[in-house]
Design a protein around this ligand. Structure first.
Ligand code: F3S
Length: 416
């Protein structure tokens, strides 16, 4: 890599061993990816800034200590650019009902103080763009949540590669990232075309499209033709599933993605004109493929993957109005803490709680590895994809309305 005099001096240890290590990570990562330069980054979403929660047995003091030591290492240098955090490993909500060990509550409080002092904003969400962290077109970012990386590249026109905890922390402290992939003009062209020949009537249908297209794409960039402008909630589902079955960094929707006013703007090479069709059959098959639920009993409903927006919280509160979640069913809505605070003020949280549900922040079942049931209904293909392996749950995916109906009846009646 070509380094400036200043970058070389940091790599040589001028600013201490920790910055030297971060610069070394960035240079080695850039070398591996074929980058030639470091460029300034203006917005970072890092991860791993959290107590371990239920990810470790309580009697494994060493693991708890080692996890916190890593957090202390990550927060030893102040960040130099605006930095926010991916989800935590635990929630601080409903500690009594969830029997959260006091040692974890105390540890998380220490993490909050420590991160704040390092300049890190503990947003603890996988969907920062629904709670005020909204990068603009062309802005260079280093984000860790794969679905959010896809969202900001494809819907906002911002630029981020897919980062891990280490590269994001290095970017946050050094203020630079190696320029490759989606950070370059060349790395943002489409690789193949998907003609969407079926109306997508619900955000879950957009998740189904991404679930199917991610498998086709692998690491490539799909270009969707025939789609209307998605809502934030729909785009959230499409982004999440493309990064679930595939390793997609961005997609284009012709007429929607800022760089794709027309097909010819993003498909320029004749060899990239392979076309696929997503129709009724592919839509139905996606729902069938993700379903692992064998019977029709539901004891767990998970909403908010990626984290629920305020409009989703409002919709859930309305659907539950004056009704009661079925005995034995746990209904959870996961959202950023900022959205939960707004929803509390607006009465949505109390409405959901009055119906027997809970609104939780900072993490999710798949990441915290804390499930509340064995037979899950969710509108999220991503949560459904991971729940069997991470929570041991059987899952069915349907619309928000179908999932609320399942919460109220304890039964999965959707034909999916
Ligand atoms: Fe977010 Fe967890 Fe889904 S981190 S994207 S709610 S699996």
């Amino acid at each position: 890599m070509n380094l400036t005099t200043d970058e070389r001096a940091i790599l040589d240890g001028r600013d201490g061993t920790r910055k030297q290590q971060y610069m070394d990570w960035l240079v080695r990562w850039g070398d591996a990816m074929g980058a030639t330069d470091l460029i300034p980054v203006t917005n970072v979403q890092t991860s791993g800034i959290s107590a371990p929660g239920n990810l470790v047995p309580l009697d494994s003091d060493n693991v708890v200590r080692e996890t916190l030591e890593q957090v202390w290492e990550f927060t030893a240098e102040p960040v130099s650019v605006p930095t926010f955090t991916h989800v935590a490993r635990m929630t601080l909500d409903y500690p009594q009902q969830r029997q959260t060990p006091q040692v974890m509550v105390d540890s998380q409080s220490q993490v909050i103080d420590r991160a704040r002092d390092a300049g890190i904003n503990l947003t603890w969400t996988c969907a920062p763009y629904i709670s005020g962290v909204v990068p603009t077109k062309g802005q260079i970012c280093a984000w860790t949540e794969s679905s959010a990386v896809v969202y900001i590249n494809s819907i906002l026109g911002a630029r981020s590669t897919r980062n891990g905890s280490e590269s994001a922390m290095a970017a946050a402290v050094i203020g630079k990232v190696p320029q490759f992939g989606a950070l370059t003009d060349m790395g943002r062209f489409g690789d193949f075309i998907v003609d969407v020949d079926v109306p997508l009537l619900d955000p879950a249908d957009w998740g189904a499209l991404g679930y199917w297209a991610g498998e086709v794409a692998g690491l490539k960039t799909p270009v969707f033709v025939g789609l209307p402008s998605p809502s934030t909630v729909e785009a959230k589902q499409l982004s999440a599933t493309l990064a679930t079955t595939g390793g997609v960094t961005m997609f284009h929707i012709v007429g929607v993605t800022p760089e794709a006013p027309e097909l010819s703007a993003v498909i320029t090479d004749a060899t990239r004109r392979e076309r696929f069709r997503f129709g009724e059959q592919e839509l139905t098959t996606a729902y069938q493929r993700v379903r692992t639920l064998r019977g029709s009993t539901i004891d767990y409903v998970v909403l908010g993957c990626p984290h629920a927006s305020l409009e989703e919280l409002q919709a859930i509160a309305c659907l539950l109005h004056d009704r009661q979640v079925h005995d034995g069913v746990k209904l959870e809505v996961w959202t950023p803490y900022a959205m939960k605070a707004l929803a509390q003020r607006l009465g949505y949280v109390s409405a959901i709680e009055a119906a027997g549900g809970r609104v939780l922040s900072d993490t999710c079942p798949a990441v915290s590895r804390v499930g509340q049931g064995h037979s899950m209904a969710t509108p999220s293909f991503k949560q459904a994809h991971y729940a069997p392996g991470m929570l041991g749950a059987e899952v069915a995916v349907g619309t928000l309305q179908q999932c609320i109906d399942a919460a109220l009846s304890g039964t999965w009646e959707a034909n999916l």
